[in-house]
Structure formats: structure tokens, C-alpha cells
Design a protein around this ligand. Structure first.
Ligand code: NDP
Ligand code: GDR
Length: 373
């Protein structure tokens, strides 16, 4: 019998890599996608199987974390062996603007799924993975952060995720469910949403190099993050559900870089050496040198291509995150495969390709749109 997995957030960055991974492992994969007025399946279109195909192993259902009835119906129909809860309003800055919706989906959504499993009598069958986050550490209490580090959330997003973390622990203890938290540190890829800082940087710089855009506006350049590759991290999500006992694990690289480092590295990939001047909100990044060996770079030395815009500052910031993945290394055999420089290079390559496509379209008289929020 094929194992069945159900993924919430299947249209997101992690969801798309996890589907690929589970299909490769021979699973029948079900995904919950929410209704939107435009298609939201860009990241999974390459593996989509239409309702009229035979032997479908990837099936999508309409549902929403804020709607218990949809969740109960889908879980009853699928009766999954494994349920991965990846859906969330996942943008920290947006959670300050939409705190109630964030709590509804990111906190109560998890409760709804756990209750559905319980109501349907599946506590002994369905293993549950919760997408917990390094944002739980917020104002960090120790460096690096491990499974034993106390939490101090600093955003409505992180507070909602804190509820989910504890309700998973509670259902595990109260009902003997196989339920666990993956406390994942930031992970990125060419499929990262365009408004998270890494993708915003690689996308904007690729366009600046081709002369399609002038300047990249960022918030806190000093924030420190532990960035890994999403493709590596989804494998750990699966492994956490294959153990004898359910436990919570930190997944991180154990290496830290600032937002400024990320900008410099991405610029370097594109053939630009940047220099920084000014302080605080007046800090700017200027093109110092252009490497002709990198091909067609259309910026010139002296051009300011990075500026700080306080609109991207958060009311409460998480200044520094650095994970200690020792437990996952010892118990799950975790070893990140992609280095920081490989991650940046892969993202830059993909965004340069996209920018070139836009350039071609513009050359043919088509309009392209370019949001950098
Ligand atoms: P994305 O933002 O790329 O994807 C989020 C997914 O959730 C999308 O499929 C989105 O649908 C869906 N979604 C949002 N709201 C609802 C809702 N109310 N009902 C149903 N589906 C909904 O996130 P990532 O893939 O990057 O992250 C996956 C999970 O891991 C998230 O829970 C995130 O909070 C958490 N996390 C992420 C980390 C990271 O660095 N990426 C680190 C630690 C935790 P749509 O496509 O329609 O928007
Ligand atoms: P984060 O990711 O908040 O860590 O949450 P994000 O990429 O949004 O921010 C990382 C850091 O960069 C700083 N920053 C900016 N951020 C954005 N988005 N835009 C900017 O212009 C900008 N300038 C500076 C931020 O202030 C922050 O310090 C991500 C999400 O995927 C969460 O869902 C997940 O839980 C955590 O990672 C781990």
C-alpha cells in the first residue's frame, strides 16, 4: 500500500519541494490549496496532474486553515498517514498589519487540524508535522539557539506560532499523538516569496544589472540570520515523522550572515563590488567596481544601487538568529548540503534568467510588472 501524505501550504515554497520529495519516495500526495481569484499554483505547475489523468499520485483539494469544515472533510476523505502543516500567513512584517488573521490561520489553524484528527479517530494513524520557526526565539536568550533555549516571540506571527508549538506538544502528551515541531531557521531558494529579504535582494539586483530597475530599498541591513536551502530542509520534515518517538528538532546550518553580507554576496555573483557609506537610514551601497568577465553589467561605478527605507523596519525586530542543530545531526543524520554561497549563486542565477525574460518581453513591446515590496 502506498503511504498517503497530506500537505497544507502545498502551493508555498516548502510545500512545492516537499511534494517533489514525497512523490519521489513513492507516496500518494494530497495538497490543500486555498481558493484565490488568480491561479496560485506556479510553484507546483510542473508536477500538477489534472483530474482526468489516470493513476494520479498528486491530488489537490480546496480548503483553508480558517475553515474547520473543509479540513475535517479533506482529512476524512484522505485519512493521511502523514500530515504536514506548512500553511501559514508566513510574513513577519505583514503579521503586524494583519495580526488577527495571522492568529486565526497560524495558531488556530493548527488546533483545527489536530482536532480534526482527533474527531475522526485518527490519532493512532496520522503523524503530524508542525512548521515551527526560529522566530519563536525572537529576543534571543542564548546564542546559538537549541531545542532547550527559552522562547521570546517578537511579532504577532511568532506569538501565533508559539501557540501552535505548544498545542502540538500538548496533543502529543494528552492524546499520545505522533506530533512534532520542526523548529526551522530561515530557508530560501529560487522559489522563495518575492517579498522575503533574500529573494527581494536577488531579484532586484538582477534587474538593476540589466538596467531594468534603479535601486534596491531595504530595512535593517544589520539583521543576522542563519540561512539554508529549502530543498535540504524538507527532507528533515519527512525524517522527523519516520522516527520511533515524536520529538522536536532544530534545523539550521549553524552559520550566520547579515542582510548586508547577503547583498554583497549577491552583487558579487553579478559582477559588482559594492562599497558602503553613511550611517543608519542614510547608509547607501555604491557600485565600486564592475567585473567585465561577468558579462553584460549595465551599472557604472559610483552608481548608488542600495538605500535604506525605514518603511521596512519592524515595530519589534529579531536582530540575531543562529541555530544549533546538534540534536538533528546526531539523531536524524542532518547535514546541510547547500552552502551559503551556493544558495546565493543559485538564487541569483534564477533571477537573472527571469530578468532576461522580462527584458526580452519589453524589447518586443510587452509590458512587465515589477513589484519590490
Ligand atoms: P510560504 O509563504 O511560501 O507558503 C505558505 C503557504 O501557506 C502557501 O501555500 C499559502 O497559500 C498557504 N496559506 C496561507 N494562508 C493559508 C490559509 N489560511 N489556509 C490555507 N493555506 C494557506 O511559506 P514557506 O513555504 O516559506 O514556509 C512554510 C511554513 O514554514 C510556514 O508555516 C512558515 O511559517 C514556516 N517557516 C518557514 C521558514 C522559512 O524560512 N521559509 C522557517 C520556519 C518556518 P498561497 O500560495 O495561496 O499564498
Ligand atoms: P524573517 O524573514 O522575518 O526572518 O521570517 P525576512 O526575509 O522577511 O526578513 C529577514 C530579516 O531581513 C530584514 N530586512 C528585510 N526583510 C524584508 N522582508 N524586506 C526588507 O526590505 C528587509 N530589509 C531588511 C528583516 O527585518 C529581518 O530581520 C522568515 C519567514 O519565512 C518566516 O515565516 C519564518 O518563520 C522565519 O523566516 C524563520
Amino acid at each position: 500500500m502506498k503511504k498517503k501524505a497530506l500537505i497544507t501550504g502545498v502551493t508555498g515554497q516548502d510545500g512545492s519541494y516537499l511534494v517533489e520529495f514525497l512523490l519521489e519516495k513513492g507516496y500518494e500526495v494530497h495538497g490543500i490549496k486555498r481558493r484565490t481569484s488568480l491561479f496560485n499554483t506556479d510553484r507546483i505547475d510542473h508536477i500538477y496532474q489534472g483530474p482526468h489523468e489516470t493513476d494520479r499520485r498528486f491530488i489537490l483539494h480546496h480548503g483553508d486553515l480558517t475553515d474547520s469544515s473543509s479540513l475535517i472533510h479533506i482529512i476524512e476523505k484522505v485519512k493521511p498517514d502523514e500530515l504536514y502543516n506548512l500553511a501559514a500567513q508566513s510574513h513577519v512584517a505583514v503579521s503586524f498589519e494583519e495580526p488577527e488573521y495571522t492568529a486565526n490561520s497560524d495558531a488556530l489553524g493548527t488546533l483545527r487540524l489536530l482536532e480534526a484528527i482527533r474527531i475522526l479517530g485518527l490519532t493512532g494513524k496520522t503523524r503530524f508535522y508542525q512548521a515551527s520557526t526560529s522566530e519563536l526565539y525572537g529576543m534571543v536568550q542564548e546564542i546559538p539557539q537549541s531545542e532547550r533555549t527559552p522562547f521570546y516571540p517578537r511579532s504577532p506571527y511568532a506569538v501565533a506560532k508559539l501557540y501552535s508549538y505548544w498545542i502540538v506538544v500538548n496533543y502529543r502528551e494528552a492524546y499520545s499523538m505522533y506530533a512534532c515541531n520542526g523548529i526551522l531557521f530561515n530557508h530560501e531558494s529560487p522559489r522563495r516569496g518575492e517579498t522575503f529579504v533574500t529573494r527581494k535582494i536577488t531579484r532586484a539586483l538582477a534587474r538593476i544589472v540589466l538596467g531594468l530597475h534603479d535601486c534596491l530599498y531595504l530595512g535593517n541591513l544589520n539583521a543576522l540570520r542563519d540561512w539554508g536551502h529549502a530543498r535540504d530542509y524538507v527532507e528533515m520534515q519527512w525524517l522527523m515523522l519516520q522516527q520511533d518517538r515524536p520529538e522536536d528538532y532544530v534545523i539550521a546550518t549553524g552559520e550566520q550572515h547579515s542582510v548586508r553580507d547577503f547583498v554583497e554576496r549577491a552583487a558579487g555573483e553579478l559582477g559588482i563590488t559594492l562599497s558602503w557609506s553613511g550611517q543608519g537610514i542614510d547608509e547607501v551601497g555604491t557600485v565600486e567596481q564592475v567585473d567585465p568577465a561577468k558579462g553584460d553589467v549595465r551599472c557604472r561605478p559610483g552608481q548608488v544601487i542600495v538605500r535604506v527605507d525605514p518603511r521596512y523596519f519592524r515595530p519589534t525586530e529579531v536582530e540575531t538568529l543562529l541555530g544549533d542543530p546538534t540534536k538533528a545531526k546526531n539523531e536524524l543524520g542532518w547535514q546541510p548540503r547547500t552552502s551559503f554561497s551556493e544558495l546565493v549563486a543559485e538564487m541569483v542565477r534564477a533571477d537573472l534568467e527571469e530578468a532576461r525574460r522580462d527584458e526580452l518581453c519589453q524589447g518586443e513591446g510587452f509590458q512587465t510588472f515589477n513589484h519590490h515590496e
